[in-house]
Design a protein around this ligand. Structure first.
Ligand SMILES: Nc1ncnc2c1ncn2[C@@H]1O[C@H](COP(=O)(O)OP(=O)(O)O)[C@@H](O)[C@H]1O
Ligand SMILES: [Mg+2]
Length: 228
């Protein structure tokens, strides 16, 4: 899925979260979105997903995520950094996701098994009682099972153990070439594994947009300078 953002601005009261962001990502782009806390990453993601109103132009394959949300929804998958505290059981959550996304629940269970999460075993538990890692595995399983054209991941591996993290990298690498992946991450190893391009935000503006290699070299140089 192609992402075209031109002059995106967002204001919350007198806080300006996005001050005119331009981003073009061709279909199949693998992009890491980085930047300090409060720089606008989550706002940009929510804008892209059509979850909030904004000024400027945002188009996904030529359509507005805000105005054409219903048509686009089945093509997008999003895993938030913090899973919602749902009282529903794991079975109910899986059934709800399957129904809204027209998915076979078995497909979610199949991906979950790759993450060593047994949904048959966990099914009767309230979702909110799962460990952070288990919640993350379940939401990632649903996201991959949905076969989205745009996959948006906010700190996707923060609570995953080493094996699950490797499984996650492998699933990302098996995605179809035209699937666009946007991940918010501060983990250098994630950038190396998954992103070919880095977009850095600072105070609501793009401060770097270029090859991941170049960004990592800059970051390494900045660390050296900081320690002199
Ligand atoms: N719903 C909101 N209401 C008020 N201010 C918000 C809201 N969401 C974000 N902000 C503000 O917008 C700025 C950017 O936030 P955010 O996009 O969450 O940054 P990041 O994800 O990079 O940490 C911050 O100053 C934040 O406090
Ligand atoms: Mg955020």
């Amino acid at each position: 899925m192609r992402v075209e953002i031109q002059g995106a601005r967002k204001r919350f009261g007198h806080v300006v979260a996005l001050r005119g962001v331009d981003v073009y990502i061709p279909a199949g782009g693998r992009v890491a979105l980085v930047g300090p806390n409060g720089s606008g990453k989550s706002t940009l993601i929510r804008t892209l997903l059509g979850l909030i109103d904004y000024q400027g132009s945002v188009l996904l394959d030529g359509r507005s995520p805000y105005d054409d949300r219903v048509e686009l929804a089945s093509k997008l998958a999003y895993v938030p950094q913090v899973a919602p505290a749902l009282s529903a059981t794991v079975d109910e959550v899986v059934r709800l996701i399957s129904a809204t996304r027209a998915l076979d629940p078995e497909e979610i269970a199949r991906v979950a098994a790759l993450f060593e999460l047994d949904l048959a075993l966990a099914g009767a538990q309230p979702f909110k009682n799962l460990s952070g890692g288990m919640k993350q595995k379940l939401l990632l399983s649903a996201a991959f099972a949905a076969r989205p054209r745009l996959l948006v991941l906010d700190e996707p591996t923060a609570s995953l153990d080493v094996r699950a993290r490797e499984q996650f990298f492998s699933l990302c690498n098996q995605l179809d070439a035209e699937v666009t992946v946007l991940l918010c991450s501060h983990r250098v190893e994630e950038l190396r594994h998954l992103a070919t391009r880095v977009i850095a935000l600072e105070d609501g503006r793009v401060s770097f947009d270029g090859p991941a290699e170049q960004y990592l070299q800059h970051a390494a140089a900045a660390v050296v300078v900081a320690h002199v």
